[in-house]
Design a protein around this ligand. Structure first.
Ligand code: 3EB
Length: 342
């Protein structure tokens, strides 16, 4: 797509014939009612549909629909993933998935108390994820983790750190060849149910790290007993350039920057996203266009207006979705993730 022949070869060496047609991902403006959702789910190329917040339908008798308990600001679109092949679906206990054979969406929701707490629920979730990948011959490309009260607890008791420990032990050998891109965000609905969903593919992607940031899995001990296991971004195994950008915040090296300063954290976050897109060899001229799917998670109500203005000014075409959510370090006020080439 936008790549020079040389960089294209770098990413696809040895697998040119194997590159897959990219899944298409977009926000679709539709009324937050059951009829609009059912109309979307009636379209046969739909792999997954996400509704955001309490106004979105809670549940559908269709494994492709998932409600995310993050409250949207201003607009509340559905997020829709589409694939070219025929989609088949299945449900097995707390796990459900949809796949066209090339790509799959899967989701898992585990009650924390029923699994002995958040750490063991996270371990179980990632053991199940790894088992599912093995059974389906697939590779995880992108994972979202939604955790209630993510900053509750002090020091190593903080719930995010408990989640990281459980995830690390559940992931173990299955991700020895590289971590997927990920987001871990705090929801506020008071339900202690760990929600993990992922995008997987028949072919592995290429993890990309950010030269401005220490790789998360190398974070020093001060951030918790077990480091977060994710790649800063992942280049999809697709014919057109598609890059999944992990949740990105105002972290340089391993340190959080600009405490209490929302606008500076915003700028640092955008600088980090730019840098990881450099590392993924996406040309500056083609970034943040209408094909860039962007979600911004904002912690404090008082920063919502600024977030909205800064996003519109900085990245007008990407039409970011603004969500209220908690970031995994309590001093961080904003996190942004996204997909280039969606
Ligand atoms: C950071 O860079 C910010 O634990 O899966 C971002 C994306 C963050 C993913 C995760 C955490 C995760 O460390 C937090």
């Amino acid at each position: 797509m936008s790549l020079s022949p040389t960089s294209d070869m770098d990413f696809t060496r040895g697998m040119l014939r194997e590159a897959l047609p990219a899944p298409r991902m977009a926000f679709v403006e539709a009324p937050a009612n059951g009829a609009a959702l059912d109309a979307l789910l009636a379209e046969s190329d739909v792999l997954a549909v996400f509704g955001f917040g309490a106004a979105a339908p809670a549940w559908r008798d269709d494994p492709r629909y998932l409600r995310v308990a993050l409250e949207p600001v201003a607009r509340a679109p559905y997020e829709v993933w589409r694939v070219p092949g025929a989609v088949e679906t299945a449900t097995r206990g707390p796990l459900r998935w949809a796949s066209d054979g090339d790509f799959a969406f899967a989701a898992l929701e585990l009650d924390e108390a029923a699994h002995g707490g958040l750490a063991t629920a996270a371990q179980e979730a990632y053991l199940q994820l790894a088992r599912w990948l093995g059974a389906h011959g697939m590779h995880a490309l992108r994972i979202w983790n939604h955790i209630d009260a993510i900053n509750l607890g002090t020091g190593d008791e903080e719930r995010y750190r408990q989640f990281c420990s459980g995830r690390a032990s559940g992931m173990h050998a299955a991700f020895a060849h590289g971590y997927p891109a990920a987001t871990a965000i705090g929801v506020r609905d008071g339900r202690r149910v760990l929600q993990v969903y992922w995008l997987a593919a028949r072919r592995a992607g290429t993890p990309v790290e950010n030269p401005r940031q220490l790789s998360a899995w190398r974070y020093p001990r001060e951030y918790g007993p077990d480091a977060p296991c994710f790649a800063r971004a992942l280049r999809a195994p697709t014919r057109s350039a598609q890059v999944y950008i992990s949740g990105t915040a105002a972290i340089v090296g391993h340190a959080s920057r600009y405490r209490e300063d929302f606008a500076s954290q915003f700028d640092e976050t955008i600088a980090n996203i730019d840098c990881v897109l450099d590392a993924a060899q996406i040309e500056r001229a083609v970034r943040y266009d209408a094909q860039h799917l962007m979600k911004a998670y904002v912690r404090r109500d008082e920063d919502i207006a600024a977030a909205s203005q800064l996003l519109k000014a900085a990245r007008p075409q990407a039409m970011p979705l603004l969500l209220r959510g908690d970031i995994c370090r309590s001093e961080l006020l904003i996190e942004i993730d996204g997909v280039h080439g969606a």
